[in-house]
Structure formats: structure tokens, C-alpha cells
Design a protein around this ligand. Structure first.
Ligand code: DGJ
Length: 735
């Protein structure tokens, strides 16, 4: 039996996941209605869903075979000008400027597998999988617009991916003004909205709020998915916690401007839209042309936020990240940025490399400052040749010197950018994003290359390909340090100017696609001033991401906790840096910094020559420990236990079905003397997902517990400090 069934008599389509169902009704052969998404259920009789008598003041469209008050129904892809006054999912105008409103003629196509989306990242399918795709094909005869709503059910992940394709089958151009990737109307059950907001150095902080009538929206107009909001959110029931309750999660596989809209209308319907941000988007669809929206992924979990995260983590690891990296252990790295910023030469780098090898580090990442004349952030972006003052033998000889030491070589680049002070700018001043006759705005003293231009993309592909061929580089940190401004596309006609933001992202994806195809074994880590473009679209090419420029242990606990709602620890770059911290000025112990960083992809980013012998010993121990537990941390299940957004403590754990040890991390961010509950002297940390009848031994204190004790009474900890305390507890399952 397939995962998608079409009951033609009742015009009901049900998509079945292992624990979830998604049900659509085709109303009157014209309108797809959203009937249900949630725990697995089988429908016996669907007549209950038929729209009943028409209420007063309803809007009718002549010749519809029946009339109904569309606003009171749950739609799958709502549109305007037909009596539905909620925020529409899409808007299209014909060549005269008139809105395309339907009625649509609806047709159903179900096929095995899933199509790729041209030019865009989308979930991958394995050939052996029982995966089916549903297409709802909606024809608007007067305009010739064919709108295809595409859904793929990934049963094992309880995930549904969606995207929409617009084909112009008419004789005149059409104008897309809005084109969400996902839209659905859920019957409201007093849902709460959880989403992530932030800023540079304070990414992905959790917000949870109730919904009131009206529309709440968030998104990005910065050209990147942004530090400020993530293209992901969840609807939760009021009682949903980390371990219990329903969670409906949404994510957009896209790295540019997006908009999420959540509207609670007077009739108790909750409309959810997410996709391209219509404030910065339009698309001219020529006759014969097609437009593909980015793909969205939705997961349903009945076991709380940890259940939702588990599904997202697995889905991103198994379906989004390049498959060769999904199960590849990630190296422990050293990064030169906070060690030396722009101020280094080959001998200082080699000294750092010698110490790094001695500490057990596996990859040496040469960050910003290595290319021609790059002694500050005012210059040289675009001129990607090694600065011979700093690297007399060039990248090849430096890379080989690392290899001789037993280190892999990683390189930082920022190929989407250009400095005024660069040879590239003098050669191609027209390649920057700029509005003719107006000054271009600089950000971090730099300008953005116009990636909507194919020739600019070709240049980047050739340049990066050349670099990767020129030296033994096994890792690339791909940075992007400013948002887009002055978005005029000088190579496009007036009617296409509002296409530029999306074309930029399409250009970026073409570049990444080509480079990762040419260099499939190079590990890419994404970065945009820290975590400014940490989204599933980038993960499709780059399996890990620099989570934040803020490496302060206290800030990082919150940033990594928020990030983990959607993204797995293996995707999070996490480094130990110097104290006082360069972003916050805070001083935390090396132990705590290590414990926070080893909860992601461990790295060190500080001047190793300033560490004392004791500190070097501690780092050596941390690296050894991390390598011992790397597969548990990178491939195990990550469970959040205590939220730093609800308390001044935080805790999480890693557990793996095939590994007997369990790692538990506990952090105290700020303390208060004599707190009544969970006070400074005693903490009861309740664990989860253990076998209640198994026995576990705490390695250090040799205390034994049953699983049920650990999950109910909890692990007893006695903190020693008020602020910035932490514990790493290893529990061994006793066989
Ligand atoms: C911003 C990044 O987030 C940092 O890690 C570092 O690579 C700098 N850019 C270099 O300019």
C-alpha cells in the first residue's frame, strides 16, 4: 500500500506517515480543502466534512455548482478576490493587470518518487523508499495558468514536503506577485506560536507566544534568511512541553527573503503561509514559462518539542545534507580568526599548527586575511590570490606543510563580496549590486556582487574551483558578511526588477551546486557573520554552519539550545575561544567553554600560544574526550532537558541506541543564593528516554541508578558556583 490514497468517491486524499496523517478534500472539483493534519487516523465516513448551509452575507461566485462561505473553510492554498479575506498564499495578475481568481479546474496526479526542483535545493529521496508525491493541478482557463501544488510524504520522518509550480499555458505574460511554498488552514486549538529571533552574536532565541485574532508575520528582506528570524517555526498546544504534546513544525528550504504569516480569523481558522517574501518579489511568467517555489518541510510530532526536533534533525541529516557527509564524522578544527585576526605570517601560523597537532586537532582553518593586501576589512575582497608577504610559498606550500604535520587544510573565503579597494572592482565596477546614478551602500566596508548575473556566478565558480585545485584544501568556510542593499538588476528589464532577490539566491545555489559537484569531498561550513544564513537551503550544500560569532559559553548555551529546535548538533560549528570573551567580555572556565563547544562540532579559535601548560593539558583532554564520544554526539539523539529561556540553568543529553554511554551536560548561567527550588547546593536533573528497568552508573562518582530513578527523582548534582557552573556527567548502562 502506498503512502498516499485517493478516495475518488468522496474526493478525499490521505497521506499517511508512521504516526501522522495529512488529509485533503477536493471540493466541487475546484478547491482543495485542508481537512486534517495530526496523529495518524483513518477516515471511515467523510460526509461530515461537506460544507453545510450557506451563512448570511456569504460571497458567491456565479456558476459554482454550489455556493459556500469560503472563509469558514480550511483551504490548502488560499487566494484572494473570491470571498476569502485571509492573507492569500498567492497572487497572480494577467497581462491586463487583472487578478487571476479561478474558479480552477482541479485534477489529481499521484506518482512514485519525487521530482527535483530545478535550480533549488530540495529533499532527497533514496531509490528504495516507499515515497509518493501528490500533485493537485489547478487550471485557470481564462489566463492559462496551471498551478501545481506538490506534496511528498516521507512516512518514516512524519514529514511532508510541499512546493508549488506555476506554468503559463496561455498566450500572454502573467505576473506572480506572491507565491508561498506552503499554505494551510488549521482549525485553531488555541495554538501557540514558537519561532526564533535574534541578531548578530545573539542568534536563534526562542519566542513562544499565544495567538490572537489578526495576522502575525515575520521574515527577512535582507537578501539572506538573516540573523533576525529563521525560516522555521512551530505551532504548539498550550500544554506542549519538551517531552509531551503536539508540535507542528514548519521549515523553508531557502536562504533568501522569506515571509511567515500566521492569521487567526474570526471563524477560528488558523491560516499558515510561508514562502518567498512578497515585499521583495515579483516574477514575470512568459507564455510557456514555469516558476518553482522553494520547498517547505512540515513535521508533526505527538511527543513534544524534542519529538519535533528529532524528526527535523533526522530529516535534515538524511534528506537535505549531501549524503556523503551525513554519516561522516566531522573533524576537530582550529580556526585562526580570533587567534590572530588579520595579523599573521607563515611562521606564526606554523607555530599554531604545531600546537594544534600536539593537542590532537585534525583540521587547521586559515580564516580571513590570507589574500592579497587583506590587512583589514576595508580591502581586497574579490582578489583571491595568496598574499605572498604572509604566505611566501602560496596556499599549496602552506597546505602541504600542514599535511606534513598530519593536519588537514581548511580555507576561509567570502566569494559573494567585493571591496572597492580591489583589482576585481577596477576591472568590473558593473558587477556590484548598485542602483545607477546613486551611491551603493557599504556594509562592513564591502559591496555585494550581483549573483543574479550569470557572468558573476561563472566568475565565482571559476575562482573557487581554481583555488580548490591549487592547494590540498579539504574544508571551506564560506562566509557572507553583509545583507543586500541597492538591489537593482542592471541586466534585466524594468518589469523584472523585483525578481533580483530571488535571482540572487538562484545564482548562489547554481554556484554552490557546481562547486560541490566539482569538489564532492570538500567539507563546506556556511557562515554569514556567524549564523546569519543558517537555514535548510544552505545545509543542502554545506553540511555544517558557523552557529554564531559569539563563542561566550553563556550566550552559546542559549544560541545552541534555540538552534537545536530545528538543526542537529552535528550541523553546529562550536568553538572554544579566549577569555575575556571577545564579544561579551565575560570570563567563563575552560571546562565550561569546552563542554558547550563539544555539544556541537568542536573547534578551537584562540591564540594557542597564550595558553598555560595546564590549559594545554585540559584542551588535550577535551579533544581526546570528544573524539572518544564523537559518534555519540554527532550521530546520537540530542535531548533538551532544561531550557535557558525558562530558567537560569540549562541541560541537555546525548543518547544512542547502540552506544552504552550517555552524556549529560548541565549549565548554570546565573545563580541566586538560596533559591527555594533547585538551589545552588542541590539540583535534581530529570533525564529522559532511558529504559526504566536498566541500571546506569555515573562514571565519576560510581553511583548507580535505575533508569526510572534518573527520569523521576533525577540525577543529583551539587553545583559549586553561583554563576557559570557546568557539569558533564557520563552514565554507563550496566549490561
Ligand atoms: C565573520 C565570521 O563570522 C567570522 O568567524 C570570521 O570568519 C570573520 N567574518 C572574518 O572576516
Amino acid at each position: 500500500m502506498g503512502t498516499i490514497e485517493f478516495d475518488t468517491a468522496n474526493q478525499i486524499i490521505s497521506m499517511q506517515g508512521l504516526h501522522s496523517s495529512y488529509v485533503i478534500q477536493l471540493y466541487s472539483h475546484t478547491l482543495p480543502l485542508h481537512l486534517y493534519w495530526g496523529p495518524h487516523q483513518k477516515l471511515a465516513d467523510t460526509r461530515q466534512f461537506s460544507p453545510s448551509a450557506e451563512p448570511g452575507y456569504s460571497i458567491k461566485v456565479k456558476d459554482r455548482d454550489t455556493s459556500y462561505f469560503i472563509e469558514e473553510f480550511g483551504c490548502e492554498y488560499g487566494f484572494a478576490e473570491n470571498g476569502d479575506y485571509r492573507v492569500p498564499a498567492f497572487g497572480v495578475r494577467d497581462s491586463r493587470g487583472y487578478p487571476v481568481t479561478g474558479p480552477f479546474e482541479l485534477d489529481v496526479n499521484i506518482y512514485r518518487g519525487k521530482h527535483k526542483i530545478p535550480g533549488l535545493p530540495s529533499a532527497r529521496t533514496g531509490s528504495d523508499e516507499d515515497i509518493q508525491t501528490l500533485e493537485l493541478r489547478m487550471v485557470d482557463h481564462p489566463s492559462g495558468l496551471l498551478t501545481v501544488l506538490s506534496y511528498t510524504m516521507f512516512p518514516e520522518h512524519d514529514a511532508v514536503t510541499r512546493n508549488v509550480i506555476f506554468h503559463n499555458r496561455g498566450n500572454a505574460a502573467l505576473r506572480l506577485e506572491k507565491a508561498a511554498s506552503v499554505s494551510m488552514d488549521m482549525p485553531n486549538r488555541d495554538y501557540e506560536l514558537l519561532y526564533l529571533h535574534g541578531a548578530w552574536a545573539r542568534e536563534r532565541q526562542i519566542i513562544r507566544r499565544t495567538l490572537q485574532p489578526g495576522t502575525f508575520s515575520f521574515g527577512s528582506t535582507r537578501g539572506i534568511s538573516s540573523h533576525q528570524f529563521s525560516p522555521s517555526f512551530a505551532l504548539l498546544e498550550a500544554e506542549t512541553s519538551e517531552f509531551r504534546g503536539d508540535a507542528y513544525g514548519y521549515g523553508l528550504i531557502y536562504s533568501g527573503n522569506f515571509l511567515a504569516e500566521i492569521e487567526l480569523n474570526y471563524g477560528g481558522n488558523l491560516r499558515v503561509n510561508m514562502g518567498l517574501n512578497p515585499d521583495t518579489f515579483e516574477w514575470e511568467l512568459e507564455p510557456g514559462g514555469s516558476f518553482y517555489t522553494p520547498e517547505a518541510v512540515m513535521v508533526y510530532a505527538d511527543d513534544g518539542l524534542n519529538g519535533m526536533s528529532r524528526r527535523f534533525h533526522r530529516f535534515f541529516q538524511e534528506r537535505i545534507v549531501p549524503s556523503r557527509f551525513a554519516e561522516m564524522e566531522r573533524p576537530v578544527l582550529f580556526n585562526s580568526w580570533e587567534a590572530s585576526y588579520f595579523d599573521f605570517d607563515e611562521s606564526t601560523l606554523k607555530e599554531l599548527a604545531d600546537t594544534a597537532v600536539d593537542l590532537g586537532i585534525e583540521l587547521f582553518v586559515l580564516d580571513d586575511g590570507w589574500f592579497e593586501g587583506r590587512d583589514s576589512d576595508r580591502t581586497s575582497l574579490g582578489d583571491w590570490q595568496a598574499d605572498r608577504r604572509k604566505l611566501p610559498g602560496g596556499l599549496k606550500s602552506f597546505g602541504e606543510s600542514l599535511q606534513h604535520r598530519g593536519l588537514k587544510f581548511g580555507l576561509w573565503i567570502e566569494p559573494e563580496m567585493i571591496s572597492y579597494a580591489s583589482k576585481l572592482y577596477h576591472k568590473h565596477p558593473d558587477w556590484i549590486l548598485a542602483i545607477p546614478d546613486r551611491p551603493a551602500a557599504e556594509g562592513r566596508n564591502q559591496l555585494v556582487l550581483d549573483l543574479s548575473r550569470p557572468d558573476v556566478c561563472d566568475f565565482i565558480i571559476d575562482t573557487v574551483n581554481g583555488l580548490l585545485n591549487s592547494a590540498p584544501i579539504s574544508y571551506v568556510k564560506w562566509d557572507m558578511n553583509r545583507s543586500l542593499t541597492n538591489a537593482a538588476a542592471r541586466h534585466l528589464s524594468a518589469s523584472r526588477q523585483r525578481e533580483i532577490y530571488h535571482r540572487y539566491v538562484l545564482g548562489l545555489y547554481r554556484v554552490l551546486d557546481e562547486i560541490t559537484r566539482l569538489h564532492p569531498d570538500v567539507l563546506f561550513e556556511g557562515c554569514a557573520g556567524g549564523g546569519g544564513r543558517f537555514d535548510p537551503g544552505i545545509l543542502y550544500y554545506m553540511p555544517q554552519y558557523w552557529t554564531s560569532d559569539n563563542t561566550d559559553a553563556v550566550s552559546r548555551v542559549r544560541i545552541q539550545y534555540g538552534t537545536s529546535l530545528f538543526f542537529p548538533p552535528i550541523s553546529m560549528g562550536a568553538h572554544v575561544s579566549a577569555v575575556p570573551n571577545h564579544q561579551t567580555g565575560r570570563t567563563t572556565s575552560l571546562e565550561m567553554r569546552g563542554q558547550v563547544a563539544m555539544s556541537g562540532n568542536l573547534g578551537y579559535e584562540l591564540d594557542l600560544s597564550r595558553l598555560s601548560a595546564d590549559e594545554l593539558d585540559s584542551v588535550r583532554d577535551q579533544v581526546r574526550f570528544y573524539k572518544q564520544y564523537r559518534s555519540l554526539i554527532q550521530f546520537g539523539r540530542f535531548l533538551r532537558l532544561v531550557s535557558p529561556f525558562d530558567s537560569t540553568d540549562a541541560a541537555w543529553m546525548f543518547i544512542h541506541p547502540e552506544i552504552d554511554d550517555i552524556l549529560v551536560f548541565w549549565f548554570r548561567l546565573y545563580g541566586e543564593a538560596n533559591r527555594p527550588v533547585s538551589g545552588p547546593r542541590l539540583v535534581r536533573l530529570r533525564l529522559a528516554e532511558l529504559d526504566p528497568f536498566d541500571y546506569y552508573r555515573e562514571r565519576e562518582r560510581r553511583i548507580e541508578y535505575t533508569g526510572s530513578e534518573l527520569m523521576n527523582t533525577g540525577l543529583i548534582l551539587s553545583p559549586s558556583r553561583l554563576d557559570y557552573d557546568s557539569r558533564l556527567i557520563i552514565l554507563e548502562r550496566i549490561r
